[in-house]
Design a protein around this ligand. Structure first.
Ligand code: FE
Length: 173
């Protein structure tokens, strides 16, 4: 039984801090509109969810289709992943990531993400911190990505597909 005095059900009564940001709610995290996926390499694209420029991290869904490869890269900060669909592995490790699985990538990891030929596509939710450096097999840096390159890629893509460059703004914090 529920009476009007049940304090557990009274919403918080004070204003939120005036400098606090709006929450982000994305009902279609796995989007039905293909334009929302931002291409980043052959058969590799990402769907931004939170691009945190003030703390230098991003949360996104990574989608890699049949035989796609996410190029060899080094992390200087941790990454958290939760596999939603498909199957993938790193050339550098002997385990296989499958739906429902959680992956922690510690600082210092260098790896190459591969989707096996028999998998149509994989989707994994990743939280990536700081910078990921693309490297050759011997660790020589060839490029990098951070929250700012991600934002730039989104702006350009969303402009190109007609959603408008500012479509990405809703995900930026
Ligand atoms: Fe990685």
């Amino acid at each position: 039984m529920q009476d009007a005095k049940d304090e557990r059900l009274i919403p918080y009564q004070l204003p939120f801090p005036k400098d606090a940001q709006q929450e982000i709610v994305v009902p279609d995290a796995i989007p039905t509109d293909e334009r929302i996926w931002v291409p980043q390499a052959e058969n590799v694209s990402f769907r931004p969810l939170c691009l945190n420029r003030s703390q230098g991290y991003w949360m996104n869904l990574l989608r890699v289709r049949k035989s796609g490869v996410l190029s060899r890269h080094r992390h200087s900060q941790p990454v958290h992943g939760w596999v939603l669909k498909g199957r993938w592995y790193y050339l550098e490790h002997d385990w296989v990531a499958e739906p429902g699985g959680y992956v922690y990538e510690p600082p210092g990891e260098t790896h190459t993400l591969v989707v096996p030929d028999d998998v149509e596509e994989m989707i994994t939710y990743f939280q990536v911190n700081g910078v990921m450096c693309y490297v050759d097999p011997y660790g020589n840096v060839q490029g990098y990505e951070d929250v700012f390159t991600k934002i730039d890629m989104c702006r350009k893509h969303y402009e190109d597909v007609g959603l408008g460059a500012d479509f990405v703004d809703q995900f930026i914090r």
